[in-house]
Design a protein around this ligand. Structure first.
Ligand code: PFF
Length: 482
């Protein structure tokens, strides 16, 4: 028997639980830092409105109509529309993307767990910049430590999903999401008094077009071509669009899955707006909590993935009650990650239960163990991981128009899933909802709302969103010199 969410509020909390995660608090600030701040945020917000909102509406509508896991929902809806059943491939690629994302998500979430303990031990108190860097390096350069935390996080994810979505997530998120919000506000309050607030506002909201459109090296200097001109790059635009998908959990069926548990009499327009606004607010608050501390401590906002593990501990170490607030922050970040992780494997677990008749517990363990294995790739490619004398750091380099970039496996998986698989999945979801499904099927999902919502969504999902995703994709061809 299919269950439904106990109330609209629990659906919102679960969907916000999926959307708000490491993407908002760990990833958004560091990619904003890497790609120049203000313009990046501007591009990201445009992607959220013109692409994220309509596609989230589509996923919820499709899921609620199909009432099954994404693979089977797409099978059923394509048959209903008289279209090829190959559309169910969308569900398959979603499951693959979910497992790949979770594989590295779990490693980072493991680090977050490690940091909860480190913060509570008071180790950050009065640390220097080099001190906190050393604490991070000591974690990332020892694979067995990372492995232990990754294993623990996967075990907890398995435990929650095996207990069923309703019993597991509903209860957890109802407490955790509001708590996370309050804590972020507290941190923003502290950041406002840290001395770096104005600089942070300037950095986050003053658009500097050059920083976004022209390639720079790790030192932040512009790269020049043979004629001594700056080199144009589409990478930040792709990352902004990819992040809009990632942060809203779109393009891989997670939200479709949650939509399938939604009651038929709920207005999906209202729900979607609330989820999108809350997710965006959390990301901006995270930026407002973190960047002032970066500037106040003279750190580099483009510090990369280590931003949250280096700058925040510094701030916690220098504030009154920092041990307590720091511990709480990492614990809550861990729970935000857990509620997202659950939604990353739920489509695969639900499909195994539906189509293979496997019991939930077994299905969850099978999926979790597979993801755990893929996670090893991230662990072994973390910067500075060493085996005896061998340092596994960079696995290769790629030559783009903008220069030669070093990359490791973690970055490859991240870029491939977030910047390619999710937008591609979202593109086809929009095409399916806007062009393949019969109008009256989609219209029925949009009852219970203002009469302008449906026509507006219809135009967006038919023309605007797929066109924008396509345009950004066209440029991948240019980037990789195909
Ligand atoms: N939205 C999550 C975050 O921002 O951390 C990540 C995520 C969860 C992506 C679920 C995709 C997904 F299906």
């Amino acid at each position: 028997m299919k269950h439904e969410w106990s109330s609209r509020l629990t659906f919102i909390l679960a969907a916000v639980g999926s959307a708000v995660g490491l993407g908002n608090i760990w990833k958004f600030p560091y990619i904003t830092g890497e790609y120049g701040g203000g313009v990046f945020i501007f591009a990201y917000l445009i992607c959220i409105c013109l692409i994220g909102l309509p596609i989230m509406l589509s996923e919820i509508a499709l899921g609620r109509r199909g009432k099954q896991s994404p693979v089977n929902t797409m099978l059923q809806l394509s048959q209903e529309a008289g279209a090829p059943t190959a559309w169910s491939l969308l569900g398959w690629s979603g499951m693959a993307a979910g497992c790949l994302i979770l594989s590295y998500y779990s490693v980072i979430a493991g680090e977050v767990m490690a940091y909860s303990f480190r913060a509570s031990s008071g180790i950050f108190n009065h640390q220097t910049v080099d001190g906190v860097k050393g604490i991070l390096t000591s974690l990332e350069s020892e694979p067995e430590k990372l492995l232990a935390w990754h294993t623990l996080f996967m075990a907890l994810t398995i435990l929650s999903v095996a207990r069923g979505v309703k019993g597991g997530i509903e209860k957890t998120v109802s407490f955790l999401m509001p708590a996370l919000f309050v804590l972020l506000l507290l941190l923003v309050g502290f950041a406002m008094n840290s001395g770096g607030f104005e600089q942070a506002i300037d950095f986050m909201f003053t658009p500097d077009i050059d920083k976004f459109f022209y390639a720079r090296n790790e030192m932040g200097e512009y790269l020049m071509d043979a004629e001594n001109e700056k080199i144009f790059t589409w990478v930040p635009m792709m990352v902004a669009m990819g992040h809009a998908f990632f942060t809203l959990s779109l393009g891989m069926g997670a939200i479709m899955m949650y939509g399938s548990y939604l009651n038929r009499h709920v207005s999906i327009g209202q729900m979607t707006l609330i989820i999108v606004v809350l997710d965006t607010v959390v990301a901006l608050l995270a930026g407002l909590a973190i960047f002032p501390l970066v500037f106040a401590n003279g750190l580099n906002p483009a510090a990369g993935p280590g931003l949250i593990f280096e700058t925040l501990p510094l701030a916690f170490g220098s504030m009154a009650g920092g041990t307590f607030i720091g511990t709480l922050f990492f614990v809550l970040l861990f729970f935000a990650a857990l509620s997202s992780a659950i939604s990353l494997i739920e489509p695969t677990v639900a499909w195994l239960i539906e189509s293979k008749g496997i019991r939930r517990i077994k299905a969850t363990v099978m999926t979790g163990v597979a993801v755990w294995f893929i996670g090893l790739a991230t662990i072994f490619s973390m910067k500075g991981v060493t085996f005896g004398d061998i340092i596994i750091d960079v696995v290769g380099d790629v030559e783009l128009e903008a220069g030669i970039f070093k990359y490791n496996l973690f970055q490859v998986i991240d870029f491939f899933t977030a910047s390619i698989m999710l937008p591609l999945g979202g593109f086809f979801i929009a095409i399916f909802a806007g062009w393949i499904m019969h109008r009256d099927s989609t219209e029925r999902e949009f009852s219970f709302q203002n009469r302008y919502v449906y026509p507006a969504w219809y135009i967006m999902v038919r023309y605007v969103s797929p066109f924008l995703v396509f345009m950004v994709f066209l440029n991948i061809i240019g980037i990789f010199n195909f």
